[in-house]
Design a protein around this ligand. Structure first.
Ligand code: THU
Length: 144
């Protein structure tokens, strides 16, 4: 069972994602995304989207955050936050399918995914459980 985050932990994670978004390398889409994961031992790792002239090589913010953490030896996360700008006609942008599959490798099904949207100075946060976003992940191995 995932321990719920305190309001302070949640805000800190969202602030870290928002900060990481500033480093977005997105000259092609001009769409900046920031992400952050909170590890079980209380540290935060961040990522941003990094695009490439060969478009398909772009890596999303969420995967960059998770891979940074896993590369540092962390494999268990209590939550993930991502943040984008508000797009007309959309309440929020939810993570792409590839990122959902990668999240499912390391994040518990009942862990929160905070999806934040920036509209000028206003930050609106939508909270989902990973299992709502990714109900049937591919899982080849039963033990990690
Ligand atoms: N992007 C992310 O970083 N995360 C997502 O979940 C979806 C899309 C990035 C990829 C690309 O740089 C830009 O947003 C537009 O698709």
């Amino acid at each position: 069972m995932n321990t719920p985050l305190t309001k302070e932990e949640q805000e800190k994670l969202l602030d870290a994602a928002q900060q990481a978004r500033e480093n977005s390398y997105s000259p092609y889409s001009k769409f900046k995304v920031g992400a952050a994961v909170l590890t079980e031992d209380g540290s935060i790792f961040t990522g941003t989207n990094i695009e490439n002239a060969s478009y398909g090589l772009t890596v999303c913010a969420e995967r960059n955050a998770i891979f940074a953490a896993v590369g540092a030896g962390k494999r268990k996360f209590r939550a993930l936050a991502l943040i984008t700008q508000k797009l007309p006609g959309l309440d929020f942008n939810s993570p792409c399918g590839a990122c959902r599959q990668v999240m499912s490798e390391f994040i518990a099904p009942d862990a929160p995914v905070y999806i934040a949207v920036l509209d000028g100075p206003k930050r609106t946060v939508y909270t989902k459980q990973l299992q709502e976003l990714m109900p049937f992940p591919f899982d080849k191995f039963s033990e990690k």
